[in-house]
Design a protein around this ligand. Structure first.
Ligand SMILES: NC(=O)c1ccc[n+]([C@@H]2O[C@H](COP(=O)([O-])OP(=O)(O)OC[C@H]3O[C@@H](n4cnc5c(N)ncnc54)[C@H](O)[C@@H]3O)[C@@H](O)[C@H]2O)c1
Length: 270
């Protein structure tokens, strides 16, 4: 049990397909104790209650990540429930208003864009700032967020999320420096393969770039469970010196230029 005695917060478990759901299951199996959180609106379906029950009756605290008061309340209450500071925090949150509303990248609605950035990126800074101000992280703790290679390369249908993820990854470096220097806490992002979740499938053409990535990557796409295993390793003491990194968990996609399987895929589609 590599997380025995460790305590933390897991954001973003919407349903069984969610990466955060899989992280919660594995963290529980590895001996961790944690609080689950999601946006109040996302809890309406009540699926998170089933997850909490499987995870040793974990407590659930609603938090809209775009609201300072929600974030403060979450950190305060979680410290009370868990009896002190955290060893790990997972930020597994993303949403694009312009994609949802069908706006083209060249016809962006800036009000929506602000909301997208607030929920998908600034929330990571807000989370870290709240943890910092409340001195809520233990030494050698681990803060982790999830991202996608669309932050570095253009996948046109990934739209404004590419910009949002670029900012998210930058926050991991900027805050990671300060957290490392002053509090001996590590901050990283995992850049995950396309994964068939609610957020993932919301991107136009998802199935096409899922198939493309699967054909290009020598190991194929990494699934949500495999991503969860990587997250657990980053919460564990075995990765204490890894910080300020964007870590690709993509079966080799990010380093591959061509594969015969991609060619076959295209031939088959003709
Ligand atoms: N699915 C993929 O292909 C893929 C690939 C790489 C990275 N990611 C990233 O993984 C993370 C988790 O996404 P997922 O694929 O598991 O999908 P998901 O839809 O299961 O999770 C996204 C979560 O964000 C939450 N959320 C949205 N707005 C919120 C708000 N205002 N406050 C609090 N929570 C809010 C949703 O309720 C949901 O639980 C996201 O950061 C996503 O961008 C996903």
């Amino acid at each position: 049990m590599i997380l025995k005695g460790k305590k933390g917060i897991i954001f973003g478990a919407l349903n069984e397909k969610s990466i955060a759901w899989q992280v919660a299951l594995k963290a529980h199996n590895e001996g961790a104790e944690f609080v689950l959180t999601n946006a109040p609106i996302a809890m309406r379906m009540g699926e998170i209650n089933q997850l909490a029950a499987i995870c040793g009756n974990a407590q659930i605290i609603p938090c809209d990540v775009s609201k300072n008061e929600d974030m403060e309340n979450l950190i305060d209450k979680s410290m009370e429930i868990l009896g002190g500071k955290f060893d790990f925090v997972l930020h597994s949150v993303g949403m694009s208003l312009n994609i949802r509303k069908g706006k083209a990248y060249t016809d962006i609605d800036y009000k929506y864009m602000h909301e997208t950035l607030d929920i998908s990126s600034v929330s990571f800074h807000r989370l870290m700032q709240t943890l910092w101000n409340k001195d809520a992280m233990k030494e050698w703790g681990s803060i982790l967020a999830l991202t996608y290679i669309g932050a570095q390369r253009i996948f046109p249908d990934y739209h404004e999320m590419g910009d949002a993820k670029a900012l998210l990854e930058s926050y991991a470096r900027s805050f990671g420096y300060r957290f490392g220097k002053e509090k001996k806490v590590r901050v990283n992002t995992i850049s995950q393969s396309p994964t068939p979740t609610t957020a993932g499938s919301g991107v136009k053409g998802f199935n096409d770039f899922y198939d493309y990535a699967n054909a290009l990557s020598p190991l194929g796409n990494a699934n949500a469970e495999e991503c969860a295993e990587y997250c657990i390793s980053l919460f564990s003491d075995y990765t204490r010196m890894v910080t300020m990194q964007n870590l690709f968990h993509d079966g080799g996609f990010s380093c591959t230029g061509f594969s015969a399987d991609v060619f076959k895929l295209l031939e088959n589609r003709k």
